[in-house]
Design a protein around this ligand. Structure first.
Ligand code: SAM
Length: 246
């Protein structure tokens, strides 16, 4: 099955962009995913082909017009009725690896890219659109955010990464950051690869990796660590462990 990406944008020439290279590019040429763009401006109705207007209540910038964007969304729905519709916006729910896995398992995605000050809020009431953020910072447009989301989905599609690397052990899959990696040379600028990784003892290596994944998550991402340890303490085995600890 081909994962069909449909992107609504004012800059269709930005696609597939970097997704035409490397892993995603190969997957595109193999037909594992498809990339179609819809020019939002094609749905403007005035002679100037306007897609934006001044913000109600005043203030800087321009806002994408709901009637124009909704017409583009309706067109996208007729082309791909089963795909979830995502709007890239810093006001959205933060994208997670869990959501990426769900999306990658589906038929594809329709992605709405914002520009200027973003979308008229009524759009989210009038159409089944999921607002998605890729992080707590502001980009100039939704296209780069869409590329991030698509890249995360595409690498999970069957056959894209190959059987050897399913991505199961990677950061966020178990709620933790991944353990650190090393490769040759064994010594570099006076620093050596940890002894345990050269021991050939798979049980010791697994224990070291687990311990580093936990330690690094606790130090670098206390938010993830809190969620992870909270979930662990709520599980039946976690409850038992807590009792024992007392
Ligand atoms: N006025 C908006 C705000 O403060 O929430 C920011 C608009 S931004 C300049 C223009 C467009 O870039 C947005 O409509 C959105 O499509 C995209 N964008 C910017 N930052 C983003 C983020 N963190 N995640 C997803 N999309 C983002």
């Amino acid at each position: 099955m081909t994962f069909a990406a449909q992107i609504l944008t004012l800059y269709p020439e930005m696609f597939p962009g970097p997704l035409g290279q490397s892993l995603a590019g190969r997957a595109l040429s193999e037909g594992r995913w498809s990339c179609d763009t819809i020019q939002i401006r094609d749905f403007a109705t005035d002679k100037h082909r306007s897609v934006d207007d001044t913000p109600a209540g005043g203030g800087a910038g321009m806002v994408l017009k709901p009637d124009v964007v909704a017409a583009a969304v309706d067109h996208a729905i007729t082309r791909q009725p089963d795909a979830p519709i995502l709007a890239m916006t810093p006001r959205g729910r933060p994208l997670t690896q869990e959501r990426v896995r769900e999306l990658a398992a589906g038929p594809g995605v329709t992605i709405l890219c914002g520009r200027f000050e973003g979308f008229d809020e009524r759009l989210f009431e009038a159409r089944p659109i999921e607002p998605v953020s890729i992080g707590d910072y502001v980009l100039s447009g939704g296209e780069t955010a869409a590329i991030v989301l698509l890249d995360a989905c595409i690498r999970l599609l069957p056959g894209v990464m190959g059987a050897a690397s399913s991505g199961d052990e990677e950061s966020f899959e178990s709620g933790l950051l991944e353990y650190p990696h090393y490769t040759r040379p064994v010594e570099w600028e006076g620093r050596t690869i940890p002894e345990v990784l050269r021991s050939g003892d798979h049980a010791k290596i697994a224990a070291w990796r687990k311990q580093r994944a936990e330690e690094d998550t606790r130090l670098r991402r206390p938010d993830l660590w809190e969620r992870h340890s909270g979930a662990r303490d709520q599980s039946p085995s976690g409850a038992q462990r807590k009792k024992k600890d007392r």
